[in-house]
Design a protein around this ligand. Structure first.
Ligand code: PHE
Length: 354
């Protein structure tokens, strides 16, 4: 007959077996050996049939409490295994919330693009049309139409790159060395646009346009890049003068640099397509650039031969043109001293303009 001590040792061995179970499956197997259908407790219960009523009472109570102790041990171990499993899972999925996130940085406009947009806005507010033109140009548009015939020494002012394809004139196409070819192109388009109205007796509306864009020259140092940006301006009408150029250009510079503290100077110069011609210099009264004359554009009264090449009568149409260095203006506005920084694509530099 099993004694109470035997029950205790069954409980002890159950606890031992449960403790040794390393997984929930092992634990359930261990459990079956005690409280399962053929388990040791179950066997003891079956053995009670032969006992007297009194014996059944005491024996039954003892077996029951042993069974409860085993079940308590079982549940405890089940919980412990579940906790351990959760712990492992949490560790495996651990997130270090102190690590910096992987940020996708917002992009931004290039400082030269910002500058060109600014130029466009200011001139548009003064009634100028804004357009663009081809970067691969014919010899005629880049030079000859601008009163700069083949073999003229003035061509060397604008030494550019040539494409391996000849135009109709047998001369290779060039990467335009300035935006000035758009003077004649735009005038032709403008005349065409208003041709019907002119035929009907109306006068041709004034030409007032700016043309920003990429330009090319064989040049490379801290202030020259083989590819750079210009913005052409053209104002042509029946009564437009150098005085108007001075007024609008002064107005433009003051708006562009957000300063009334600057002075303009027209310094005599030469371009084949303007007569007279002038470089436009500006000088700030205060700030880091104070006192220095800074060249920002070439300009002049459109040459009669160019007006003729536009298909207009130079006796009637007169006006001025200018070509500004857009990169130059960006450098002055942002205080950048090396032009090449704009074109190296270093995000540490570009990020500052976002
Ligand atoms: N095209 C000239 C240059 O690139 C600038 C200019 C434009 C001068 C228009 C006069 C008139 O230097």
């Amino acid at each position: 007959m099993t004694t109470k001590t035997d029950l205790d040792s069954i409980v002890d061995s159950a606890r031992e077996a449960f403790a040794q179970a390393a997984t929930p499956a092992e634990l359930e197997n261990a459990k079956a050996q005690y409280t399962g259908k053929a388990g040791r407790i179950t066997e003891l219960m079956k053995g009670m049939a032969a006992l007297s009523v009194d014996e059944k009472k005491t024996r039954g109570a003892a077996i029951n409490s042993a069974k409860q102790a085993i079940e308590a041990a079982l549940n405890e171990r089940r919980q412990a295994l579940a906790d351990a499993e959760l712990e492992i899972q949490l560790k495996a999925e651990a997130l270090d919330v102190t690590l910096p996130g992987r940020v996708r940085e917002p992009g931004g406009l290039h400082p030269v693009s910002i500058t060109i947009e600014r130029i466009e806005q200011i001139f548009a507010s003064m009634g100028f049309d804004v357009t663009d033109g081809p970067e691969i140009e014919s010899d005629w548009h880049s030079f000859t139409s601008l009163n700069n015939p083949p073999n003229h020494p003035a061509r060397s002012m604008q030494d550019t790159f040539y494409v391996d394809i000849n135009g109709d004139d047998g001369i290779p196409y060039n990467l335009r060395p300035h935006t000035s070819p758009m003077q004649v192109r735009y005038a032709h388009a403008h005349i065409k646009k208003f041709a019907q109205r002119v035929k009907a007796g109306e006068t041709l509306p004034e030409i007032r346009v700016i043309v920003p864009g990429r330009t090319y020259r064989v040049d490379s140092d801290a202030t020259h890049s083989p590819m750079f940006h210009q913005c052409e301006g053209l104002w042509l009408g029946e009564n437009v003068s150098f005085k108007d150029l001075k007024v609008i250009f002064t107005d433009f510079c003051r708006k562009f640099f957000e300063s009334d503290d600057l002075t303009l100077r027209f310094r005599p110069s030469f371009f084949p397509f303007t007569e007279p011609s002038a470089e436009i210099d500006i000088q700030f009264a205060s700030g880091p650039l104070a006192g220095k004359w800074l060249e920002v554009a070439g300009s002049g009264q459109v040459h009669p031969q160019v007006v003729r090449n536009m298909g207009l009568d130079p006796e009637r149409f007169i006006g001025f043109a200018f070509g500004m260095g857009a990169d130059r203006l960006a450098m002055l506005r942002y205080g950048v001293n090396d032009l090449r920084l704009f074109f190296e694509g270093d995000v540490r530099f570009l990020r500052q303009f976002r």
